[in-house]
Design a binder for this molecule. Structure first.
Ligand SMILES: *Cc1c(COP(=O)(O)O)cnc(C)c1O
Length: 391
């Protein structure tokens, strides 16, 4: 048993002097709002420029959270009441919440052994499909885009900042990408998010949506941008300059964060080797995996729970991601309760039987940016020992 618990933080584990200095510069400027101030530092705008450069994407809009990013992406596409939005059955509740907040109808779809939405199980007649890159792994996006045809795909890349798929950045593959800067994501400002797109019109609509429909973003190039999109009423989901300052420093750390996570993941997987009954999650492009965790499927849920307990007893963090449950088992989603009444979506246990059977058997071992090679060897050894006991 370890004496010091493993810290599986990513960007949060590196918050330090550079972030503090960047925040201090904003404080001293007394310009905390992104669009004006006595001595505007432009941290949010600089963060957006950094995102465009790092992800190789045409446009980026920083916002207040990953959920806000999803709201902006759906609004940019004109998704609202009456629209049907495909949501993978295995995801964080925010993916569902963003659709419900838009007044649209989530339609749950099966995931495959990549834990991403199964391109072969997309329901007909959807207005938009959300693909979620669980734990820094992009699923079979080429197959999904082919299955989607003309239906736009929004990437919920909240858990995949910097991950890639066949040379393309997560968030730069579908019509729009959505990222989160919440504390447990790859990089963090405590809260925050960003929407990316290669489409000028979608960019302008997302920009408008986070800014009350265009209080400050209506000055666009040399015009108000109205030739690209009619102004519309919206809400305030803006990022402030303090968050922008932290986000900018963290973005600079992203390559080294991903390098460390990927090296640790390789070392753990190599150390574990092949074990009967321990089936790794499928990763379509292993080179692009952001490396934030190792995930396996055990033969059944009881074995998965015993495996997790065994590792935790040895001081290795391990759990069933999302308790081994599909997102529509969330009590509010199952009861179809919204803030204003009863939703019109379909949710019941057994809805996506392949997903339910698969995710019940999942285990996740998180990887922190500060893991040392010795930590990785210890983790791999513990996994081998526990597998020998449990399987
Ligand atoms: C974290 C997360 C979000 C939401 O991000 P917030 O910044 O917390 O609003 C959305 N989708 C997924 C898959 C996430 O993991």
């Amino acid at each position: 048993m370890r004496q010091v618990p493993l810290d599986f933080g990513k960007g949060a584990a590196l918050l330090g002097d550079e972030e503090r200095a960047a925040v201090d510069r904003v404080m001293r400027s007394r310009s905390l709002f992104r669009y004006y101030g006595p001595d505007l530092q432009g941290t949010v705008a600089a963060f957006e420029a950094g995102v465009r450069a790092q992800l190789g994407v045409g446009y980026a809009v920083a916002v207040s959270s990953g959920t806000a990013a999803l709201r902006c992406a759906l609004a940019a596409l004109g998704i609202g009441p009456g629209a049907r939005v495909v949501v993978p059955a295995f995801t964080f509740i925010a993916t569902v919440n963003a659709v419900v907040a838009a007044g649209a109808t989530p339609v749950f779809a099966e995931v495959d052994d990549t834990l991403s939405v199964d391109p072969g199980s997309i329901p007909a007649g959807a207005d938009t499909i959300i693909a979620v890159h669980i734990e820094n792994v992009v699923g079979d996006m080429d197959a999904l885009l082919a299955a989607a045809g003309a239906t736009p795909v929004v990437e919920d890349a909240a858990q995949a900042f910097g991950a890639t798929y066949r040379g393309r950045a997560a968030g730069a593959i579908g019509a729009l990408g959505c990222f989160s800067l919440q504390l447990e994501k790859n990089i963090t400002a405590g809260e925050g998010g960003v929407v990316t797109t290669g489409d000028e019109r979608l960019y302008l609509r997302a920009s408008r949506y986070q800014d009350q429909g265009g209080q400050f973003v209506t000055s666009y190039a040399s015009s108000r941008g109205e030739e690209l999109t009619e102004p519309f009423a919206a809400e305030n989901l803006r990022m402030g300059e303090v968050a922008g300052a932290i986000a900018g420093v963290q973005l600079g750390r992203l390559p080294s964060i991903l390098g460390a996570l990927r090296a640790s993941k390789r070392r753990i997987l190599d150390g574990v080797g092949t074990i009967d009954g321990l089936t790794p999650r499928r990763v379509p492009d292993a080179g692009g995996d952001g490396g934030s965790s190792c995930m396996w499927f055990l033969p059944d849920q009881a074995a998965a729970k015993r495996f997790g307990k065994g590792l935790v007893a040895r001081g290795v963090p391990c759990a069933q991601m999302y308790r081994g449950e599909p997102v529509y088992w969330n009590p509010a989603v199952l009861a179809r309760r919204t803030a204003t009444g009863t939703g019109d979506w379909v949710a019941e246990k057994g809805l996506c039987p392949r997903t339910e059977a698969l995710v019940a058997r999942n285990v996740i071992v998180p990887i922190g940016v500060r893991y040392t090679p010795d930590d990785c060897d210890e983790i791999a050894g513990a996994i081998r020992a526990v597998a020998a006991e449990v399987l």
